[in-house]
Design a protein around this ligand. Structure first.
Ligand SMILES: Cc1cc2nc3c(=O)[nH]c(=O)nc-3n(C[C@H](O)[C@H](O)[C@H](O)COP(=O)(O)O)c2cc1C
Length: 365
């Protein structure tokens, strides 16, 4: 069975010498909160709902940030926003991310969420989505440093809980103003900064760069989480070594792999831990499926489950060296929660009984 490498093993494979080694963080402080480890699950709209956050935290993520929530009070009563406002003790530290462009509206949203029990308010200045940016919110704000300062001051003074900020490295490769934004954030009283190593103009193109994150870490004394394209314990360690960040945030690599942030945290802590077996991963997915059906209701739950099971199947395809395109197609056509569970169980039996014999055409009738 594959095991997570220890930092020593990773470092030797990366050819780091003892002099260049940085101390790897083992915990993370956000204001008065101390997290068990410095590996966070990234906020992902349409993905990090309560079931996903609970699962990732149960499997060892230090924190799981909720999906961005509008600061527009007119939209808060919608079904989508109501579900995004749900939290539980099992989901760990309640970090509620708000998005908007008006300082007072964001301050009011922060107050509302803090009154609702948020432990931390996170402000989204990293999202490049057109829907968000056309209202000059998300990463579009990075181009207006005065407004950034106004928003951050308004939100920080509105609540007693710690306020954190998520940004990109700047507006564009020609205007990487991440360092300036980070200093504004520190001056405004922001207590933790997450930096995705791409600019707004990059969207998700190309590879994340960590040099600007390193410059930001050097420029401020608040903790910084490095984010972007981290998919393995070795990469996590390399990014921490390169940037000196206080922790890392994992997004897309956790799709279909809710155990990954926890496994990375274990590895960073120097523990050589086995990666979950196929049987364990199926068990996690079956519990996740039940939680999605319960949380979203049968109609929406069945639809939302399709993408999670799709990612899960993509993630195990590599391990059993087989293609499951037909299984996914079949799963996506199912309209019923019980039928989804049954198909997942059948796939599990086929995978665990005889993975090498598994082929698309072995679909259960
Ligand atoms: C489907 C999806 C939804 C996202 N939603 C949000 C969001 O609500 N708030 C936010 O700050 N970033 C959001 N992001 C960006 C991620 O938090 C993260 O910064 C980005 O994916 C880079 O990290 P990664 O390479 O580990 O995925 C989203 C990303 C994806 C793929």
């Amino acid at each position: 069975m594959t095991e997570t490498p220890t930092p020593k093993e990773v470092l030797s494979s990366l050819h780091y010498s003892a002099e260049t080694e940085r101390v790897i963080p083992t915990c993370l402080k956000i204001g008065g909160f101390k997290l068990a480890n410095p590996v966070a699950l990234a906020p992902m709209a349409g993905v990090t709902d309560l079931p996903m956050r609970e699962l990732c935290v149960e499997l060892g993520a230090g924190m799981a940030v909720a999906e961005m929530l509008t600061s527009d009070p007119k939209l808060l009563a919608s079904r989508k926003s109501s579900l995004r406002r749900r939290h539980s003790a099992k989901g760990g530290l309640r970090s509620v991310q708000i998005v908007g462009s008006e300082p007072q509206q964001l301050a009011n949203a922060a107050r509302l969420n803090a009154d609702d029990g948020a432990d931390v308010i996170d402000i989204n200045m990293g999202c490049p989505a057109k829907k968000v940016c056309k209202k000059a919110a998300g990463s579009a704000l990075l181009a207006d440093e005065d407004r950034v300062a106004e928003i951050l001051k308004a939100v920080v003074s509105a609540v007693d809980v710690p306020v954190t900020l998520k940004i990109r490295t700047g507006v564009s490769p020609q205007q990487r103003n991440g360092v300036a934004i980070a200093k504004i954030a520190e001056d405004a009283g922001i207590q933790l900064l997450t930096v995705h190593g791409r600019t707004r103009a990059d969207r998700f193109k190309g590879e994340a760069e960590y040099h600007t994150i390193e410059r930001i870490v050097d420029a401020v004394s608040i903790p910084v989480l490095a984010n972007g394209d981290i998919t393995t314990p070795a990469q996590a360690l390399a990014v921490l070594q390169k940037t000196g960040a206080a922790g890392i945030m994992i997004g897309r690599a956790a799709l279909g792999r809710p155990w990954l942030p926890g496994a990375i945290a274990q590895s960073l802590a120097g523990l050589r831990t086995p990666l979950p077996s196929l049987a364990e991963r199926f068990l996690q997915m079956r519990c996740h499926l039940t939680a999605l059906h319960d949380f979203h209701g049968d109609f929406m739950g069945v639809r939302i489950a399709r993408k999670h099971v799709g990612w899960f199947i993509d993630a195990i395809e590599n391990d059993v060296a087989s293609s499951f395109t037909e299984w996914k197609r079949h799963f996506n056509a199912l309209q019923d929660a019980d039928a989804q569970q049954t198909l997942l169980q059948t796939l599990e039996l086929r995978c665990t009984d005889n993975p090498s014999a598994l082929r698309n055409n072995e679909l259960a009738a």
